[in-house]
Design a protein around this ligand. Structure first.
Ligand SMILES: C[S@@+](CC[C@H](N)C(=O)[O-])C[C@H]1O[C@@H](n2cnc3c(N)ncnc32)[C@H](O)[C@@H]1O
Length: 206
């Protein structure tokens, strides 16, 4: 189902026109409490999405190195990763400028110093960087072409030995997404199955 706000804007509009209607979410994620500022025209503005929770619980983080949260929204995944592993540097990106601004405010609000937020589509904002881990709760409402572009584009920005981890509803792309992972990485592992979601993982070995 598409998630639009009352002004019929998608959560992935690049420059939302709706008036900001701010809210605050308090959430316990991997045993730590966070506060997130949210607003209209961003994904899951009233509470942390169930798929986001599943990804955060399942994600396997390197001890050090670079992590990318592609499509970060207001920042729950990347901020939790950065808080959990202070030796990481986390880059968070989104195509929605309002989400980017909220994620920056949430970095400051949660006193996270080892992360940054960049604006732009797909991997364009991070070309030239190489990540040890890429995390994605993809914008399914934007269409499967975008979801597949996120999977297929990941190897270009990954370090050898790095992992790509994506959460997706179990009933979405049941066969086609593992096939897309196999095309990009040669394999597809199921890292977790929880509450109607799967976390799929591919590793880059070359
Ligand atoms: C399902 S939401 C997940 C947000 C956040 N990671 C979370 O779990 O709460 C997907 C996000 O991807 C962003 N997005 C949509 N199309 C994108 C694109 N082409 N490049 C980067 N981000 C995109 C949307 O704006 C949205 O914030």
């Amino acid at each position: 189902m598409c998630r639009k706000n009352k002004s019929h804007e998608h959560y992935f509009s690049s420059a939302p026109k709706s008036n900001d209607r701010f809210g605050t979410i308090h959430a316990s994620l991997r045993g730590r409490t966070f506060e997130f500022l949210t607003s209209s025209s961003v994904f899951s503005k009233k509470k942390i999405d169930l798929g986001t929770h599943v990804l955060i619980d399942a994600m396997v983080l390197p001890q050090k190195g670079f992590v990318l949260d592609i499509g970060c929204g207001y920042g729950a995944v990347g901020i939790t990763a950065a808080a959990f592993s202070p030796q990481l540097h986390v880059v968070m990106t989104d195509v929605n400028m309002r989400a980017v601004q909220l994620a920056r405010q949430n970095l400051a609000g949660n006193r996270i110093g080892n992360a940054e937020v960049r604006y732009g589509s797909l991997y364009e904002p991070v070309l030239g960087l190489y990540f040890d881990c890429v995390l994605s709760n993809p914008p399914v409402s934007a269409g499967m072409d975008t979801v597949k572009a996120i999977i297929e584009g990941a190897p270009r920005v990954m370090a050898t030995g790095g992992s790509f981890q994506m959460v997706i509803r179990s009933k979405i792309g049941t066969k086609s997404l593992p096939e897309t992972f196999c095309g990009a990485f040669g394999d597809c592992e199921i890292l977790a199955r929880e509450s109607g979601y799967r976390v799929l993982m591919g590793k880059l070995f070359i």
